[in-house]
Design a protein around this ligand. Structure first.
Ligand code: NAD
Length: 366
């Protein structure tokens, strides 16, 4: 595999390979694009079968972060990091501190956060070595768990979709199916219930289902195998990705799909256009679930994290979604393409500005 040719495919700026024998650290940090600001993206720990897989993953994920930040209107670029190994075996203070020193060495070009298999506790170790870290605990002046903000963002995107489909930006009396009753799903249920939605819920974990039914006795449980064919108005996938595919799309009855799960479209080029042809409004996943990123980005502001500002910024997802719907209709393209176009245009425009202004201090003070 040629690393430079892989980097060239989507114009990644920088890839850093980090190794430390003492702690057993083997990590890759990928910086996709810093036009809009420092590259922010979480640290994932995964037991990749091959180093090549780790590189592919970090390149793909970091590029996704550039789009997510750009579409959300943030002054942030896209980056991501992976540590190679079995999280159950390799996690230690020494490992995270070694990783933190590499992040510090990038002087703010990359800012890390939690992702799959990393927790707030791990972030505390990273924080001992670098200030370029977000998602830090509230006790350290951070914003804590991002999930409530992710859920709020999904809810705003859902309201925008309701405005388009039903002429009213409310889920009142709408049949909303939420799959995945985890961190985000449970908050989303509360938001939908507070506006008078009829709840349909699904999870593979019986305990989680029971807890929701206790709280909302009228919620109807749906078997995970039968979610796609449910006669509901809104389907909110908040568990796994790849759930909009050749098998599920023909069964869909929902008019709106809007949830937190990443990579919902099995194949963007096939399933995005298919949803559009069927008249199903799909809220692009990285837009609907950008509330968590918007929230942690506020930790970087001068003066520190502020809940009110964060809440207001997350509400902007409503306007972003309205713009995506407008672009999708005007240009007759699927919504995920419209979102990509908005993100790409923003990066392209600011690039031009930067070539004129250039060399100034580009982040933390904007
Ligand atoms: P979580 O692990 O807390 O919850 C996931 C839930 O999905 C669990 O309850 C699990 O039992 C359930 N589940 C797994 N397989 C299922 C299946 N086949 N059918 C039904 N339920 C199933 O995760 P989370 O933090 O709530 O995140 C949910 C999704 O949103 C993930 O895809 C995540 O990547 C994405 N996301 C989360 C955040 C965040 O702030 N937490 C931000 C952006 C994106």
């Amino acid at each position: 595999m040629s690393i430079f040719s892989e980097m060239g495919t989507y114009e990644h700026e920088q890839v850093v390979f980090c190794s430390e024998k003492k702690s057993g650290l083997k990590a890759i940090i990928a910086i996709h694009n810093t036009t809009l600001g420092p590259a922010l993206g979480g640290l994932r720990i995964w037991d990749y079968a091959k180093e090549e897989e780790a590189l592919n993953d970090v390149l793909r994920l970091s590029r996704g972060m550039s789009y997510k930040a750009a579409a959300a209107g943030l002054n942030l670029g896209g980056g991501k990091a992976v540590i190679i190994g079995d999280a159950k075996k390799i996690k230690s203070e020494a490992l995270f501190r070694a990783f933190g020193r590499f992040v510090e060495g990038l002087s703010g070009r990359y800012i890390t956060a939690e992702d799959v298999n990393t927790s707030v506790r791990d972030i505390e170790h990273i924080l001992k070595e670098t200030k370029f870290v977000t998602g830090i605990p509230a006790s350290y002046g951070g914003s804590g768990d991002p999930s409530p903000f992710t859920a709020q963002g999904v809810f705003w995107a859902m309201k925008a979709c309701c405005f388009e489909v039903y002429g009213k930006n409310s889920v009142e009396n709408k049949k909303v199916l939420i799959t995945g009753l985890g961190h985000v799903g449970t908050y989303l249920i509360d938001l939908c219930a507070s506006e008078g939605a009829k709840l349909f819920i699904s999870d593979i974990d019986d305990k989680k289902v029971k807890a929701i039914i206790e709280k909302y006795p009228s919620a109807k449980f749906i078997n995970p195998e039968e979610v796609a064919s449910q006669d509901v108005d809104i389907y909110a996938p908040c568990a796994l990705g790849n759930i909009l595919n050749d098998t599920t799309i023909p069964k869909l009855k929902a008019k709106i799909i809007c949830g937190a799960a990443n990579n919902q479209l099995g194949d963007e080029n096939i399933h995005g256009p298919q949803l559009r042809e069927l008249g199903i409004l799909y809220a692009p996943d990285y837009v609907a679930n950008s509330g968590g990123l918007i929230n942690v980005s506020n930790e970087l502001k001068k003066g520190g994290y502020d809940l009110e500002t964060s809440t207001k910024q997350v509400a902007n997802i409503y306007d972003v979604m309205i713009e995506i719907i407008k672009t999708s209709k005007e240009e007759k393209i699927p919504t995920h393409k419209a979102a990509n176009r908005i993100a790409e245009n923003r990066i392209a425009t600011i690039t031009k500005l930067n070539t004129i202004i250039t060399s100034g201090k580009r982040f933390f003070d904007r």
